[in-house]
Design a protein around this ligand. Structure first.
Ligand code: DC
Length: 243
């Protein structure tokens, strides 16, 4: 049955993209959202903003209760880019622009332990669900398809070998003008993979109904095409079932 333009507009699905650090989630998610005219939301920035604020305020990272309180009270806003400096969005933490600060090595180092705290996850998951609820969103993270939006119409688990991910992260850092050491980047990714996938609360893993895409030997455009094809199928199903 053919679908009318009104039906297509009425069907705004949710796309969940999970995967390990530097697997290409943000790049792919951003492009897919753009092409569909959807909101792009990178949940990693919320864990990063809490980590940055804890470090900035001298809250010991090992103090779970204090870091959890911070996650419950910190106002995190993700807005369209306010400065033309290569950013995908602007991130504000209690009104402070932390878009680049949350990408610094110290935050990279502490963000995995912070995101392993149950209370931190509870606070941020609640906000993420509110953002995803209306549909028309591409949300990326570690637990979107499994915990945050288990009802998402499209679930992708984007993977790549750790060596390829390290290569991509290294290039990204150099392009940003940061200093980077390939061996250190690789070691840091291995450490974060280990913490992210072995934690008790919402560990990194593919949802049972996720489509797994290994991007090691794929270009960004090839991954985008696969995700868009899955989205088109889900949109057709959604339109056919709506009145
Ligand atoms: O995607 P990223 O590297 O910006 O994520 C930063 C950290 O946040 C990562 O170590 C795991 C954590 N994270 C998470 O636990 N759950 C999410 N939905 C998103 C990120």
């Amino acid at each position: 049955m053919a679908t009318s333009p009104q039906q297509t507009l009425a069907c705004r699905i949710t796309i969940a993209i999970d995967g390990p650090a530097a697997s290409g989630k943000s790049t792919v998610g951003g492009i897919v959202a753009d092409r569909l005219g959807y909101l792009y939301f990178d949940t990693g920035v919320m864990y990063r903003a809490v980590t940055w604020a804890a470090l900035e305020r001298g809250i010991p990272i090992e103090d779970e209760a204090a870091v959890t309180r911070l996650a419950e009270t910190l106002l995190i806003q993700v807005e369209p880019p306010t400065i033309d400096d290569g950013r995908q969005y602007t991130v504000l933490a209690d009104g402070v622009d932390v878009t680049w600060k949350i990408r610094e090595p110290e935050v990279n180092h502490y963000v995995s332990p912070v995101s392993a705290y149950r209370g931190v996850r509870r606070a941020l998951t609640e906000q993420q669900r509110r953002i995803g609820a209306p549909g028309g969103v591409v949300m990326v993270g570690r637990d979107i398809g499994t915990v945050v939006l288990p009802q998402a119409e499209v679930k992708i688990y984007l993977d790549a070998s750790v060596e390829e991910r390290a290569r991509r992260r290294y290039i990204e850092m150099i392009q940003r003008g940061q200093t980077a050491d390939m061996a250190a980047v690789l070691a840091d990714l291995r450490r974060r993979d280990q913490i992210d996938s072995s934690r008790d609360a919402a560990p990194l893993c593919a949802a049972e109904d996720a489509v797994i895409i290994d991007s090691t030997d794929l270009s960004i455009e090839q991954v985008v095409e696969r995700v868009l094809a899955l989205a088109a199928r889900a949109l057709r199903r959604c339109c056919e079932s709506s009145p």
